[in-house]
Each structure stands twice: as structure tokens, then as C-alpha cells.
Design a protein around this ligand. Sequence first.
Ligand SMILES: CCCCCCCCCCCCCC(=O)CC(=O)SCCNC(=O)CCNC(=O)[C@H](O)C(C)(C)COP(=O)(O)OP(=O)(O)OC[C@H]1O[C@@H](n2cnc3c(N)ncnc32)[C@H](O)[C@@H]1OP(=O)(O)O
Ligand SMILES: NC(=O)C1=CN([C@@H]2O[C@H](COP(=O)(O)OP(=O)(O)OC[C@H]3O[C@@H](n4cnc5c(N)ncnc54)[C@H](O)[C@@H]3O)[C@@H](O)[C@H]2O)C=CC1
Length: 719
Amino acid sequence: MAEYNRVSECVGLITLRNPPVNALSAAVRQGIVDTVQRALSDPNVKSVVICGQNGIFCGGADIKEFGSNMTGPPLIPMIHAIESANKPVVAAIEGSALGGGLELALGCHYRIAHSKARLGLPEVSLGLLPAAGGSQRLPRLIGVPAALNLITTGRHVTAAEALQLGIVDQVTDHNTVDAAVKFALSVAGRSLDPRRISTHPCPQQPDLDALFEEVMQKVRQSARGAIAPIACVQAVRAAATLPYAQGMERERELMATLFTSGQARALQYCFFAERAVGRWRMPSGARWDTSKPRPVHKAAVIGLGTMGRGITVALAQTGLSVIAVETQEKQLMEAKQAISGMLERGAKRRGVAPALDGVIYSQNIQAVADVDLVIEAVFEDIALKTKVFQQLSAVCKPGTLLCTNTSALDVDQLASETPNPELVVGMHFFAPAHVMKLLEVVYGPRSSPQAVATAMQLGKKMGKASVAVGNCRGFVGNRMLKPYIEEAFFLLEEGATPELVDQALEEFGFPMGVFRMSDLSGLDVGWRVRKGDGLVEPGTASGRSARIRQGRRYSPLGDLLCEEGRFGQKTGRGWYQYDKPGSRVARSDPWLHSFLGAYRAQHGLVARRIDHQEVLERCLYALINEGFHILDDGIAAGPEDIDVIYVSGYGWPRHRGGPMFYANMVGLAKVLERLEHYQQLHPEVPHLQPSSLLRRLVASGSPPIHKWGEAIKKLHSQL
Ligand SMILES: CCCCCCCCCCCCCC(=O)CC(=O)SCCNC(=O)CCNC(=O)[C@H](O)C(C)(C)COP(=O)(O)OP(=O)(O)OC[C@H]1O[C@@H](n2cnc3c(N)ncnc32)[C@H](O)[C@@H]1OP(=O)(O)O
Ligand SMILES: NC(=O)C1=CN([C@@H]2O[C@H](COP(=O)(O)OP(=O)(O)OC[C@H]3O[C@@H](n4cnc5c(N)ncnc54)[C@H](O)[C@@H]3O)[C@@H](O)[C@H]2O)C=CC1
């Protein structure tokens, strides 16, 4: 909807009304068409102002409409009618002007923004391009290089940057609509020809071909298979080289390809999934909207190693007071220096003062007596963590939430060792904790809804994609990673190389394949876990029986590398070789290839040709299959939770929507059929045994992903 009023006698004021972000739904577009027409035909109106209600100009096209038959007036002629108007039209931009919202503003003759406003063309992050003339008008207004930067990255700019770039004409700290009305009065009657952006050529740019070639190369490299950034470059090139009408035609063609692509669907799914995970619910029935978080003003971190340092920085950057506790004096000194450095660099990037005074360091756990929440990040040792939790229960004021950053220990067991298990939750950060977006908030059967709500709210404040998950070995992310890694090992035994497996996964869109990733995080991490599980056996036994452990197929390849001291990048050798320990450029290692040959010979394995398709199916479908087990167990409340975890924490390519969305795109019946196929070939691999939920979903007609929740409930009630 759009509301129309006449203000200051001769200004037509059009207000977009569509909470929460005034998205350009069919009704809003119709409202704009009608009210613009009304203002232009009213002889008393000399100029027009367009604004949005509730402090936000417009969040762009209504993304929810993209999945349906779009009705109502189209955006392009609507914006064209505004630009062609014979009375000045001024956009009054508060809050956000994004996507179609900014395109609407670019059709206006003038733009006034509040100093706190943000502007951008983020369509690329939804798998699209600014196809309501944005790709053609913005380069004409601000020049090709700046437009390329904004359109291919989708980044939002502040009002100050928008003014500097020439996107807006004026910035105000006061009431934006009042300023716009005043401005509209001042420009009434002026010639509008110079203000119609579509009639200008793009500003001259020397060596246009070289510029586009360079940008295209950069974009292709960072896109990891995403097609929208490439289409964005092509659209801007059209703006720079073609007359406006032909540029618009090119924009339309490119948009038509993107609009119906699986990538656009995946990226739009991610947009809504990221918001859906905030509406968490627990099997007990507790949920986000009925659970009130406790206020957290002061927090503590126990253990200042790799994780504790990053967590301290993340907390301090939200403005909290943090007590950082470390028992080892040397570690404490090093941590203090490292944390200060991280805070200073972060503050410099964000143009704010570093929160150095927000952190108080101590060697004494008594220092945390008055904090509202503690995050424990000591060594991964259940006895040590139990002791720390018992100390915390004695020291902290009543009601303090006790959170653990354990990556694999049992959160319930820890909780049961404290007098108030309802105050205990897992807060599983990912390294480096101040950078990585993902946070798994792990609840046990006794965690109170308030504890979960508080951890989720704190995660959001820290800018994390926070997902509430149930307690199980590896939680969601690492539990699904296990079969993925195991399949990669089995593929090496059967004839693949780390290079082949990594190439297949990187072509799929992962930033790093499984072996390069394993070299980066350290092979010794998994080795320690496998030792703890009693899976690592000494000796040089050979044959099939040496590769069956605890009743299932096991590959000792990772253990053998560790026994050689090959821990990955940190030792300069792992699945690849590196120039020196700590160096990052992985090179193929002839030693590893002869080692694999000797290993296969020792175990009577005959190498066969393995193609990319098999790598993807075995690694990814095994991981997805575990995702179905997780849904069936109720550890994740819905597929969106799993997908957000994988996209924000495990490098799953966003344009493929996450593993469960990908399974939905491939087709559940196909995933099931391939798992059955591989299970027949490898009966001693339990993780290839299709999950019963997957079977039941296929049997019930493979409902689309947004209906899985309903289907799972129904299937569970039938059990
Ligand atoms: C054969 C086919 C040929 C096809 C040719 C087709 C030609 C079609 C031509 C049409 C061209 C259209 C081009 C165009 O205009 C493209 C666009 O505009 S795409 C949209 C671009 N906009 C964005 O990406 C902005 C997205 N929103 C945000 O970034 C944030 O929401 C915002 C900064 C605005 C506010 O943030 P915050 O306050 O943190 O709120 P939330 O993010 O939590 O959002 C609140 C609520 O609102 C929902 N929402 C937000 N934006 C939109 C939107 N644009 N459409 C619909 N809904 C939106 C959001 O999902 C939240 O609701 P939940 O229920 O929690 O999900
Ligand atoms: N390193 C990683 O990538 C990730 C680790 N985790 C988990 O985070 C926790 C910490 O891991 P890291 O930071 O890697 O370990 P780390 O070994 O780097 O640091 C642990 C620190 O805790 C200190 N410490 C030990 N006992 C203490 C006590 N009683 N009081 C105060 N400090 C004490 C140690 O001196 C050390 O500085 C572990 O549970 C780990 O599983 C979780 C996610 C990722």
C-alpha cells in the first residue's frame, strides 16, 4: 500500500506502507502507481516526496513473491513513469533503501538520506541482479568502477559514503521527510532533464575493456560457481557500452536466466532460513517467543587458548564487560597481547575505539563472582571441565548461566555435575571465534528455555548465525562431517588421490576440499579423537580385517600419516606438502602418492578410476544421510537449522542452499537410490545405510523442503 497526503500546500507526500520493511509487494507497487498519478495530475502539487513508514524507506522487491506468479504493476515502467514526471520527485531515505528500494530512489530526481541510512543493491546475494534499471542507472550516476563494486558485492553503504559516491544529494541528521519536503519546495519548477539518470551516458572511463576483464577474472575466482556475480558484471558492461534502452534489454535477458535458476532459489532459501533459525524451538515445547532471555551485562571466559581469545574478543566487541581467566601465567600474558591486538585491528576496520578497557584479566576463578554468564574454553577433558563447572557453581552469583565451548563432550554430563543443570548450555563457537559466523547453542533435556534464549540472544548480539541444537556427539555440524571425511578416506583406499577428491569438492563450491581443510585444521585433532574412541591400533596388520574396527569399515590412513609426524600445515607435511611448517600453499606430494600405492598393495586393494561424480555422491550423500538421522532424532528442529550451520560454518556453497536444500533440489528419490547403490557395494559402511526418515519421506511422495517439518511430525506420530 502507499498513502497519499498533500503537505506544505504544494508537495504530494507518498508513504510506502508494508511492514516490516515496506517491501515492494504488488499492493505497494499499485499504490505507488496510483499515488504518483494522483500527484502528477493535481495542479496544486508542484513537487513530490516518496518516503517509507516506520523509519525505513524500502527493503526492495518482496522476495516472497518471487516464488509465486507475480501480479500487479511491474517495477520498470513504474520507475520510468517517476523519472519521466514533469514535477520533481524526491526520495526521503531513512533506514534502508535496498534493491528495488534503491532502484525506485534512482528513478526519483533527487535523493535525501538520513545520516544513519544504509543503501545498496544486494540482489547478487539473492542470486539476482538489480533488474529494475539499477544495473543501468547506477553506473551512469556514479561511474563504472564504483557501480561494479556495489553491484557485484551487494554491499550496503552508509549515507556518508553514498553522498561521497554521488548516490544521494544531501544527508541530514534531522527529520528526513521534513528535509525532503523543504528540498522539494526549493527545486519546484527547475528543469528536470539533467536529473533523469537514464538519459545520461556513463561517465568516461579509460581502458574499459581492461577494467571489465580484470573485474570479471576477480569475480569468477571469488564466485565459486555462483552465476549472479558474473551476470552483474555483464549487465554493468551493457550500461557502459550500450544506449539505455538496449542496456535495459540486456538487463532483462540476464535477469530471466537468473530468476528461474536453482541458484536464485537456493540463495533466497538461505535468506529466509537465516531468519527462521532465530525462531527456535525445543522438543519440550519451549520456543523463542515464549522464553524471555536474561539480561547479560558482564560475562566471563575461562581458558585463554585459541578459542577463549576469540570468544573474549567477540564478547568485548558487543560492548560487554569481560573477565578473562587463565591459570597459566605465560598463556595469560600471551593472551592479553593477542586479544588487545585483535581488538585494535577490529576497531580500526570498523572505525571505532577498541574496547580494551572492557576486558579484565585474572588468574583467579574467584574474579567471576558477579558475572551474568560464563563461557568455559579450557582443554577438551571431561574431568577438567567438570572441576571447572563445580568451581563456577560455587563462585558465581545465583542464576549465572554456565556455558561450555566443548566440541565433542557430553553437555548433559557436564550439566548433571552441577547443582543447577538448568543453567547449563553449550555455546559451540568455531575457530577463529571472533570471525566465524556460526554458533551452535546446545541444549540438554534439563537446560532451561531461559538459558537457551539468553545464549541465542547473546549469539545474535555478537553477529553470529546462532542455531539451537540438541545434545549428541558432534552436535549437528561435526556429526555430519564424520561420514563425509570417512568417505573421503575410503575413496583414497579405492584409488583416488587427495587432489582428485579436493578438486571435485572445490568445483562443487567448497572453498577447500576435505584434505586441504584437514591439513589446515591439523590431522592430529581427529587422531586424538579416534585414539580416545579406541579405534587407533598399532602395528602393520594388513588385509581387509585390519580395516574393520568395532564391526565397521575403518581407514587407518589418517593415523598412519600422524605416525609419520605429518600433522598438516603446522608440520609442513600432511595430505600435501608445504614449503615450510605454517606455510599455506599446498603442493602435491609424490611421497604421499607412493605411500598410497604401498598401502593399497599391503592391503590387497586394487586402485580403480574414480570420477568427480562418485566423489560428490559418496561424500555429500553420506553427509546428507546423517542430516536426515539428525532430523529424525530431533537434534535439529528443521532442515533450515542444518543448512544454516553448513553454509555459515562449514563452507557449503551458499548458492547451493545447504546440504538438505541440495538434497531437495537433487530429488530425495535420487539421493535414496544412490545411497542404496553404494550401500550394496560397501555393506560394511553403516553411514551409507539410508536413514529411515529419508525412506519415509520418499515413500510419502518426497514433499518439498518447506513441508518436511509437517511431514516429519506426521511420520513421527505414525510410529
Ligand atoms: C521468466 C521469468 C522472467 C523473470 C523476469 C523477472 C523480472 C522481474 C523484474 C523485477 C525486478 C525486481 C528487482 C528487484 O527489485 C530485486 C530486489 O529488490 S530483491 C530484494 C532486495 N532486497 C534485499 O535483499 C533486502 C533484504 N532485507 C534485508 O536486508 C533486511 O531485512 C533489512 C536490512 C531490510 C532489515 O533488516 P532487519 O531489521 O534486521 O530485519 P530482518 O532482516 O529480520 O527482516 C524482517 C522481516 O522482513 C522480511 N523481509 C526483509 N526484507 C524483505 C523483502 N525484501 N521481501 C520480503 N520480506 C522481507 C524478513 O524475511 C523478516 O521476516 P521473517 O518472517 O523473519 O523472515
Ligand atoms: N580449537 C578449535 O578449533 C576448537 C576448540 N573447541 C573447544 O574449545 C575448548 C578449548 O579449545 P582450545 O582453545 O583449542 O584449547 P587450547 O589448548 O588452545 O586452550 C585451552 C586453555 O585453557 C587453559 N586452562 C586449562 N585449565 C584451565 C583452568 N582450570 N582455568 C583456566 N584456564 C585453564 C589452558 O592453559 C589453555 O590456555 C575445547 O573444549 C575444544 O574442544 C571448540 C571449537 C573449535
